[in-house]
Design a protein around this ligand. Structure first.
Ligand code: HEM
Length: 158
């Protein structure tokens, strides 16, 4: 089960990246095209938020009880989390950046329900999704990253 949950966490990264890009393109088109707010856009943003929250739950499980979970790992004597590149990334940097990204995605979706002009909804949502994308791209353990790199897809060595 542990491996399955990790694979799901890995794969959902692609769902989130694609949905965030789609959400921000829709927000940009609505903002610059001065469109009336479309219910379909609210749905897209909702799916993005659901994908984010699901990945968050899986991530919380990983950081607590996963292969390198806080409750399942005994650090070697004298190891300080903040001085160890690997544990600093998976216990601090990755969770913090991703939680921020998911908060931003939630704020982007929240714009759909805010009683403000449609142009403002689209404009603010665009910036929330853009910032979320930057945090995600910066915080994912891409395979080319030293020490913390992980495969693009589950089950592939790397
Ligand atoms: C947008 C949200 C997130 C994305 C896109 C994402 C992406 C990823 C990816 C691609 C991996 C590598 C998986 C693999 O080795 O196959 C990973 C690992 C991990 N993630 Fe996330 N993550 C997100 C959110 C979170 C959050 C919120 C937490 C913790 C609160 C978290 C904790 C972890 C941990 C601990 C690992 C290492 C697990 C292991 O190797 O056993 N992630 N994440």
């Amino acid at each position: 089960m542990q491996t399955g949950l990790l694979h799901l966490h890995n794969l959902l990264r692609w769902v989130i990246v694609l949905l965030v890009i789609y959400s921000l393109l829709k927000a940009y088109a609505g903002w610059t095209g001065k469109k009336a707010f479309a219910p379909g856009d609210k749905k897209t943003w909702l799916f993005t938020m659901i994908a984010g929250h699901t990945t968050l739950l899986l991530g919380l499980y990983q950081v607590a009880f996963g292969r390198y979970g806080i409750f399942t790992t005994t650090l070697p004597e004298g190891t300080s989390v903040m001085k160890d590149r690997f544990y600093r990334f998976f216990w601090v940097e990755h969770p913090v950046m991703m939680i921020l990204a998911i908060v931003l995605i939630t704020m982007g979706y929240g714009m759909a329900k805010k009683p403000v002009a449609d142009e403002v909804k689209y404009k603010k949502a665009f910036f929330f999704f853009l910032l979320a994308l930057i945090f995600i791209l910066a915080g994912v353990p891409w395979p080319f990253r030293e020490i913390i790199g992980r495969p693009y897809f589950p089950g592939i060595a790397g």
